[in-house]
Design a protein around this ligand. Structure first.
Ligand code: ADP
Ligand code: MG
Length: 233
């Protein structure tokens, strides 16, 4: 069984009397522990698709199955609970909390979502900060960090709850090219380390990084799929 199955998913948004079809029939299967990229121009439906996988929104038609469980019809409370236990998010704008230190930003989901005791939290947070290379900055605040450093913290924060899937929406859009590749390399290393499935979206065809499976999306449809060996550039 695939970790993630998307079956005939369509999504429309209604603005006033006009319907916009953001997704027009998506089918895909993603196995556990893969590094997957959705590539396509702005407006092609990448964010919509990530939001459906992350249970932040519901499809208009079709199903999203995670580990065989249909998550497309969970109510608000159940989907929040499901997200907290299974999904991590990384955003284009990093979304770190400015009043918290690096350490506290990574700690936040463990307190808010999972209620993990302090000693256990500390071990996990320090392990992740070490792995993403941010141990020395652990007491700094986000505005004292570069973009690449902020995204490293965001990766640690996404992984700290040990999710099965990490969704990264344009995680490199605000980074220069070199930093973008480093960030994707860290995500790929974390995938190998923890067996987490990473799915990232990008409009930049140069930033496929270490992706093992690449889906090209255009106008709400998958128009191409490429599989290749990780790191085999
Ligand atoms: P991408 O992430 O590839 O840029 P999106 O998934 O954000 O694409 O958008 C796909 C299409 O759906 C676009 O035409 C966009 O304008 C539309 N869309 C996305 N979100 C909304 C929304 N909340 N309300 C109305 N239309 C939306
Ligand atoms: Mg988008």
């Amino acid at each position: 069984m695939s970790l993630l199955a998307i079956e005939n998913v369509e999504k429309s948004y209604v603005i006033g009397k006009i319907g916009v079809w953001a997704l027009k029939g998506i089918d895909l299967l993603i196995d556990a522990g893969k590094f997957v990229s959705f590539i396509g121009p702005s407006g092609s439906g990448k964010t919509t698709l990530l939001n459906l996988i992350g249970c932040l929104d519901k499809p208009s038609k079709g199903k999203v199955l995670i580990n065989g469980m249909d998550v497309s019809h969970l109510d608000r409370k159940s989907s929040a609970k499901f997200r907290g236990g299974n999904i991590g998010f990384i955003f284009q704008n990093f979304n770190l909390l400015p009043v918290l230190t690096v350490y506290e930003n990574v700690e936040y989901p463990l307190i808010m979502v999972q209620n993990v005791p302090a000693e256990k939290r500390k071990i996990k947070i320090l392990e992740l900060l070490e792995k993403v290379g941010m141990m020395e900055q652990k007491d700094k605040y986000p505005d004292q960090l570069s973009g690449g450093q902020k995204q490293r913290v965001a990766i640690a924060r996404a992984l700290v709850t040990e999710p099965k899937i990490v969704l990264a929406d344009e995680p490199t859009a605000n980074l220069d090219h070199d930093t973008a590749y480093k960030i994707l390399k860290i995500m790929h290393d974390m995938k190998n380390e923890f067996g987490t499935t990473f799915i990232f979206a990008t409009h930049d065809t140069k930033v496929v990084g270490e992706a093992e499976v690449i889906y090209t999306i255009e106008d709400g449809k998958i128009i191409g799929q490429t599989a290749r060996n990780a790191g085999g550039k």
